[in-house]
Each structure stands twice: as C-alpha cells, then as structure tokens.
Design a protein around this ligand. Structure first.
Ligand code: SF4
Ligand code: SF4
Length: 424
C-alpha cells in the first residue's frame, strides 16, 4: 500500500492518543499518532515539509504503542517509516544536525568502526562525570551518559554445537544468530549468553561470517537506501548457511528483519528473498519457547526481577508472553511488573541521541516505575533499552539496580552462575 492509502485508513477516532508517550509528555495533537498522520497527509497534498513539521515527525519515538491501540488496524509503523524517508530527503536541517546524523549513520551500523569507538567511549564514561560532554552538544552529552562500561569482547566461533542438557547429543534445531553492529561491539557477552542457552537447549548455532548491521538503525531513520543495502548483505550472509531459523536477541533488529519483505518490496530480485528471510526470523525467546520441553536444568536465581517490555519486541513483534514464561521457569525468581511497563523507555534506536530531552524525561519515568517495584535487577530483551534504563537509573541518584538481558539471566540459571557476580 502506498503512503497516501496508508494514511487514508485512519478514521481520526483518537483511541491511540493515550497510548502515545510523546502525547503523554506534551499533550499536543501534532505529537500524537493521529496528528502525525494528519501532517503526513497534508505534506502529500502539497504542504511544505517545514522544520516544524519535521520536528513533530522527528519527535516520534517509533515505539509503535499506537499499533495495538488502534481499533482500525492503521499501519502507523509503515506510515512513519515512509514519512521518515520524506523527511530525510526533503526537510530543511541545520548544518550541525546534518553533520551529527551523518556521523551517527556512518559509525553505528558498522561493527568495525564501533569496535574502534570502544576506547573513546570509555573516555565518554569519564566525561559524563564532568558534565563537559553535555556542554559541548546535547547529543554528545547523551552519548557520554549512555556509554556502557567497556567489557572484553567475546569472540564467537562460526558454529557452536548443541549440548542438550549440557551433554553431547543430537541437535533438535539448527539456527543462525545475528550478532549485529552495536551489539557485536558492546554486547558480545549477550550474544555469548544467547549462544550458551540455545546450545544447552539443543540447538546447533551457526554464526555467519560476513554479516553486519541488519539495517534497523537506518530504516527507522528514513535512510532507506542504506537500510536496503544492509538488508541484502544480511540476507546473503544467512542464505549461505542454509539455516531455517534466524535468531536475534535485539528487539529492534528482529522487528526490522521481520519487515524485510516490506523494505525490499519494489526490488524484483531481493523482494522474494527478503520475504523468505523475514518468515524465518525469531526472537531468541520465541525460539526457546517454541522448542517445547526444556532440556537444561534451571538452577535457582533468588532475585526479584522487573521485566521491561522493549517496544520493538512487544509492539513490533507481539512478543510479550515468551520472555515472561521463560523467566517464570527459573526457580526462586520473583517476576514483578512496573506500572506502565509497556511505555517506551526513550531509547528508540538513536532517538536518545538525537532527541535527548524527551528521551531523558521518558527514561526518568521508566526508572521511577522500576524502582517502585523493589526489583533487584531489571531485565529487557533489547540492548538499547538496557543502556537507556541503566543511564536513567544512574541519573536519578538512587541505589544502583543492575540491568541485564533476558538471555543473560537464563544463561546464569542454566549454568548455575550467580547472575550479578560481574556487575556493580
Ligand atoms: S491511528 Fe487508529 S486509533 Fe489513531 S486516530 Fe487513526 S484510526 Fe483512530
Ligand atoms: S510510534 Fe510511539 S511516539 Fe510515535 S506516534 Fe506511535 S505511540 Fe506516539
């Protein structure tokens, strides 16, 4: 469906407004899903794509909370992605804004460049102590605040054999793992945990060489040519392995890869391959629940855990029950839910870098909700959310609460390793 037809499906009922975090923040119609759809429609009808219009569209988190809230099934996800292509090509942007965006998209989706950034980012963790970065530019300040502690990188082999229940045995599935871009530079320990859990649950895990960014960051920012290039490369890398299931442990990547059919729909060669690929993509929690009866022993983890729904897992992929089911399967673990658990934390790809003020406000609300649960640890299925929530918890000055990925907690239970042993 083209963009005009997509906007035509909105009947302006307003049911989506209360679900929208930016509408919750500012109460402005033009910062709601309905208002943004109206703006897009006006632009399609010939209105100027002014700085103000671009500002309202830029301020959208792309969190997709409006999708399940809409009784008419309006595909706001497709509307905002197409609208962002218009903004990217037509909206007036100042030279600093343009340079920052160009820098982010020349850096973040490229694993080797991200690895090279590990040193400067550890400097960033020091800069956030001084507040100097914030004085240079809000985006640089946000980078310094979000910078994760630099951990040793875990090198993963090209294939890890199944060890069902911790013993050699036949594989019950063969899966391919996306290691991604930012993830491979800063969250290789999460990929390693995912591989450990999959192997212990009886999966052969193939980690294709030559893979890189899946295109999610570029796609969500309207840089469709870059996104398509990265999607084609990802598809080719996994096609060479012949796997029937492609696993990711990053919600934003999963959501983007499940959308490859849409992204490549006008490409006669890659469109069908994109659709085949998309049909094989699963979040790691979907794979684990889909395997059926667990093979690996769950050791007790006596912690109170608050699970945060990453938007691109819950709203983007409808994956809400599986992570909770897996966490509840860990003996001794008490699962709690924060008020507004499904409201975006403000991470949203690179939103927290480009729109640091609303991102920080949403982060503060999220941190307050999570603190109120009394949780010992916060768990989420998306590295970006983990960075954003960790930064918000640091900023509010309360008692530190560790954050970790669902796969890390599962790996700790399956291998009987204290999950908080390496964290502050
Ligand atoms: S997007 Fe859906 S819920 Fe929102 S105003 Fe349009 S029809 Fe109503
Ligand atoms: S994607 Fe999120 S921020 Fe954007 S309009 Fe929908 S609910 Fe609001």
């Amino acid at each position: 469906m083209d963009l005009r037809a997509l906007t035509d499906t909105c009947v302006h009922c307003g049911f989506c407004l209360p679900a929208c975090p930016t509408y919750q923040l500012w109460g402005e119609e033009m910062d709601s899903p309905r208002g943004r759809i109206h703006l897009v429609r006006q632009v399609l009808d010939g209105a100027d794509l002014s700085e103000a219009v671009a500002g309202h569209l830029d301020a959208c988190l792309g969190c997709l909370a409006c999708l399940p809230a809409c009784p008419s099934g309006v595909r706001y996800d497709q509307i905002i992605e197409e609208a962002r292509v218009l903004v990217e090509t037509r909206a007036p942007r100042g030279p600093v804004d343009r340079a920052l965006r160009a820098g982010i998209f020349a850096l973040f989706p490229y694993p080797r460049r991200m690895v090279a950034l590990r040193g400067p980012l550890s400097l960033g963790t020091r800069l956030r102590l001084t507040g100097l970065a914030r004085r240079l530019h809000p985006t640089i300040g946000a980078m310094a605040e979000l910078a994760p502690p630099v951990r040793p990188r875990v090198a993963l082999p090209a294939r890890v054999a199944a060890r069902p229940g911790g013993r050699p045995g036949p594989a019950r599935a063969v899966v391919g793992l996306l290691t991604g871009c930012v993830q491979s530079a800063f969250f290789s320990h999460v990929s390693a945990a995912t591989v450990r859990v999959l192997s212990l649950e009886g999966c052969d895990v193939v980690i294709p060489r030559g893979q890189g960014c899946c295109g999610a960051l570029a796609r969500h920012a309207g840089r469709s040519r870059q996104a398509m290039r990265q999607a084609r490369r990802t598809i080719a890398a996994f096609e060479r392995t012949g796997v029937d299931t492609i696993v990711t442990d990053a919600a934003g990547c999963g959501s983007a890869m499940k959308g490859y059919a849409e992204l490549l729909r006008d490409d006669p060669k890659w469109g069908p391959r994109g659709a085949d690929f998309a049909a094989k993509v699963r979040d790691v929690t979907e794979v684990l629940v889909g395997l059926g009866e667990p093979l690996a022993t769950r050791h007790p983890v006596p912690l109170t855990v608050a699970y945060h729904d990453a938007c691109h897992l819950s709203n983007g992929q409808g994956v809400r029950a599986q992570p909770r089911e897996l966490l509840r399967g860990i003996p001794g673990l008490r699962l709690v839910s924060a008020v507004d658990s499904e409201v975006c934390c403000g991470s949203a790809g690179v939103y927290n870098l480009l729109e640091p003020e609303p991102a920080a406000e949403l982060g503060a609300r999220k941190a307050a909700g999570l603190r109120a649960t009394g949780a010992d640890v916060v768990v989420a299925g998306n590295p970006g959310c983990l960075l954003q929530i960790a930064a918000a918890l640091r900023r509010d000055g309360g008692t530190p609460i560790p954050t970790m990925h669902t796969a890390e907690l599962l790996a700790a239970s399956l291998t009987s390793t204290p999950p908080l042993s390496r964290r502050s």
